[in-house]
Design a protein around this ligand. Structure first.
Ligand SMILES: [Zn+2]
Length: 483
């Protein structure tokens, strides 16, 4: 009834009905600010209430104006009997606004972590237990939000501060002293295979999740939202009737999307002529024909546009010799490429069979940056020792256990001298095999040769050939842990 009422009009398109969005118990009407529309809407809602017996509580509803005259808004508020609201508004768990979101908008999402932290007996957990909670619960709190919006750097920083404090000291208020934070946060956020602790890097995770949005735009009929965008803008550049920070963010990650996908050419309308990989090659034309690209006046043209208007129309006159040679090659590529009526299709190792983008695999690839597994990481994380021993081993092999030499570097103690023997500085090596206790333990195990081993090289220690120990890595881990 509301969408059929002539008085209630679409805010921008006069010939379209107003937008009605319903999800669970929320209903959103988006219509042009007119008193006649408010009167008609109230009339229809009252009729609905009378017919269904469902009472509509107008005092719980809000009218949020967008670029509307204040007097007109007051009239509409009086007619509807609701209150006037302002942006940002919460809808489906996300902040909704006509303007740039202030940083304070994100505070409520970050404070959600407090609720979880308060319910955990963090003091009773060892750091490895807290690591599991940081990874499995705290990380997922913001995933929904990060799948839709880019978090401001300050919000990411606040969240990291809470996670860091909880991980190292079990502090629920987000405060950790430098003495507690044993390893730099950037190392903590590296994958375990690369020597890190595998805590999620929120900034990178945010970008990977937003790439799913970009991928959805490249899939025809994937959603009403994607179709709406396709009608208003060029998908390959997101230029057109799209304004605001959100679109600017999506535009900024287009190069990454182009780098991880190749195009199976259809009509060429969603394919960037220069920057997408599309012609059975493993390189974009922009990488292969640099001289010609420098003479191009429309670098973001689509393949369809170049095929329709010709390459010449996109070039500035007087090509250099190198550019002329490249032009002949590019013309040949264009000649050999035929377009069809079907949509361009994206192919990528990160696209699942159901055509969704695997942001988890993408995250791993970005964080690993082509590094192979380090032998030290294999020694630590594939060690059959219990998880809390693995974490100790991770700290020990980085020489970051709580010892006096580390504390002196942080300015927490004045002297690094060993409190047991006073004969040397208390370094990780001194504790493990330099001081009397450690020396005796290794001597009784006939593994004295460990005394020359730096803790960063513990993974390469082979033991004594005459004293072969099966499961040496877990044996070393448990002995070091007990020392
Ligand atoms: Zn000592």
């Amino acid at each position: 009834m509301i969408t059929k009422a002539d008085e209630i009009r679409h805010p921008t398109e006069g010939n379209l009905p107003c937008a009605v969005l319903q999800y669970a118990d929320d209903t959103l009407f988006v219509f042009r600010a007119e008193t006649s529309a408010a009167i008609k809407l109230k009339e229809i809602l009252d009729q609905f209430a009378a017919a269904s017996g469902l009472h509509i509580n107008f005092s719980k509803s809000t009218l949020v104006p967008i670029h509307a005259d204040a007097r007109l808004v007051q009239q509409c508020v009086q007619v509807l009997g609701c209150s006037e609201g302002s942006f940002p508004q919460q809808y489906l768990g996300l902040p909704l606004s006509a303007n740039k979101l202030p940083v304070s908008t994100f505070n409520i999402y970050i404070h959600k972590t407090d609720k979880f932290l308060a319910s955990w007996q963090a003091d009773l957990l060892n750091p490895m237990g807290r690591l599991v909670l940081v990874n499995s619960v705290l990380d997922s709190i913001l995933v929904y939000l990060m799948s839709s919006l880019q978090l401001p750097a300050t919000a990411v920083h606040s969240m990291d501060k809470k996670r860091r404090a909880f991980l190292w000291s079990g502090d629920k208020a987000g405060i950790a002293s430098p003495a507690n934070c044993l390893v730099a946060w950037t190392s903590v956020c590296s994958p375990r295979e690369c020597g890190g602790l595998g805590v999620r890097d929120s900034g990178v995770q945010n970008i990977c999740l937003l790439l799913k949005l970009l991928h959805r735009l490249h899939c025809p009929q994937s959603s009403a939202w994607a179709e709406w965008v396709q009608r208003r803008a060029s998908i390959s550049t997101l230029t057109g009737e799209l304004h605001g920070d959100h679109w600017q963010t999506l535009r900024s990650i287009i190069p990454l999307y182009q780098a991880i996908t190749t195009v199976q050419v259809g009509d060429g309308k969603c394919t960037s002529f220069w920057y997408d990989v599309w012609n059975d090659s493993d390189e974009a034309l922009a990488d292969r024909f640099l001289a010609l690209l420098s003479h191009c006046s429309s670098k973001h043209a689509t393949l369809w546009e170049i095929k329709s208007s010709g390459l010449q129309s996109a070039l500035v006159p007087r090509l250099s010799t190198a550019a002329e040679i490249e032009r002949q090659l590019v013309l040949q590529v264009i000649e050999e490429t035929g377009l069809s009526e079907t949509h361009d299709k994206r192919i990528s190792p990160f696209i699942r069979p159901d055509n969704s983008l695997d942001s988890g695999a993408l995250y791993k690839m970005i964080k690993a940056r082509g590094q192979g597994d380090s032998p030290r990481a294999t020694f630590v994380w594939q060690n059959p020792a219990p998880p809390r021993v693995q974490l100790f081993l991770w700290l020990l092999t980085q020489r970051r256990i709580q010892c006096r030499s580390v504390l002196r570097k942080k300015g927490i103690v004045d002297s690094a001298s060993c409190e047991v023997c006073s004969a040397a500085d208390e370094t990780p090596e001194h504790i493990i095999h330099g001081c009397a206790l450690g020396r005796d333990v290794w001597a009784s195990l006939n593994l004295q040769s460990i005394v020359s081993v730096d803790m960063g090289e513990l993974h390469s220690f082979q033991g004594h050939p005459s004293n072969l120990i099966s499961e040496l890595p877990s044996f070393l881990a448990l002995v070091c842990w007990n020392i």
